[in-house]
Design a protein around this ligand. Structure first.
Ligand code: MG
Ligand code: MG
Length: 281
């Protein structure tokens, strides 16, 4: 689940009024990172099964049911159901976010039928023994147009660029510049309204992790240090970067209704580089 760049996910203003250095960024020790990896393995298994269920003719709620089954089997707690209040019946109504084509993130699983040629972003997070994992992938269903296929490949590679460049001593803006530059050079836009986030005991922790460089980031840059764990989640689009939230209060779509892709991993900064915690290893 992505983080809105302005204010908290509940729509209230939070960090924008305060300098980021005043907010607590918690570093995790090796044992805590391994606990997050266990959570990450469950996330990976859920996304694997959701991906397999992502076929033409299936509904998005059938995809969602695969992740719920993994929660039931493992005893892990889903992070999305009832977010942000976690009061039953309030907040996000499903286990996963399933977002098709022009839907960028936070699509609500339901009766929408997946069709051949669709791209389907599946986003899932869970908590096990107090520690969270969060990941997303985009599934290409059947015969996807070459230009849209390139959008997905590019967005996935943007996440890979982050993995290759996260290491202690770097500033996040250095990584974000490489990510944004790759997407733009390939001819795609980077969605600016939603960003990645720190993650640990909670799904959304400080800092906010944009996939682009802004004056705001440069003014309040993030020093990458061992033990920092980030959910990095590039969202790229074919046309305009403008997005809006639909009347359901959740689904984020491109305003020009052209496709967008979304990939995410939970990544821990280590002493000499980084480790992906949601790749199933
Ligand atoms: Mg997510
Ligand atoms: Mg996330």
């Amino acid at each position: 689940m992505g983080f809105p760049i302005f204010g908290g996910s509940d729509g209230t203003s939070t960090t924008d009024a305060e300098p980021v250095h005043a907010m607590a960024i918690s570093l995790k020790n090796r044992e805590q990172i391994e606990q997050m990896r266990r959570s990450g393995r469950i996330v990976r298994e859920a996304l694997r099964r959701c991906t397999a269920a992502c076929r033409a003719g299936a509904t998005t709620e059938q995809v969602d049911a695969q992740a719920q089954a993994v929660l039931d089997e493992t005893g892990a707690v889903g992070l999305f159901k009832n977010y942000p209040t976690y009061q039953p019946g309030e907040g996000f109504p499903a286990c996963t976010c399933v977002s098709i084509n022009e839907e960028v993130v936070h699509g609500i699983p339901g009766s929408r039928v997946i069709r051949d040629g669709d791209i389907v972003s599946i986003d899932f997070g869970c908590r096990l023994d107090g520690w969270c994992g969060d990941s997303a992938t985009t599934v290409l269903v059947g015969d996807v147009e070459p230009a849209i296929r390139k959008l997905c490949q590019t967005t996935e590679h943007v996440l890979e660029i982050a993995r290759q460049n996260i290491r202690p001593g770097r500033k996040w803006s250095q990584v974000a510049r490489l990510m944004e530059g790759y997407a733009v050079k390939a001819g795609f836009g980077v969605v600016k309204d939603f960003v990645g986030h720190g993650i640990g005991r909670s799904m959304h922790e400080e800092p906010k992790v944009p996939n682009f460089v802004s004056h705001d980031l440069l003014a309040r840059d993030i020093e990458l240090a061992p033990g920092l764990v980030l959910a990095v989640e590039p969202m790229c689009c074919m046309g305009s970067e403008q997005v809006k939230v639909l009347e359901d209060g959740w689904t984020v779509v491109t305003t020009d209704r052209r496709p967008a892709a979304h990939y995410e991993h939970t990544i821990a900064v280590t002493d000499n580089g980084c480790e992906v915690l949601t790749d199933g290893t």
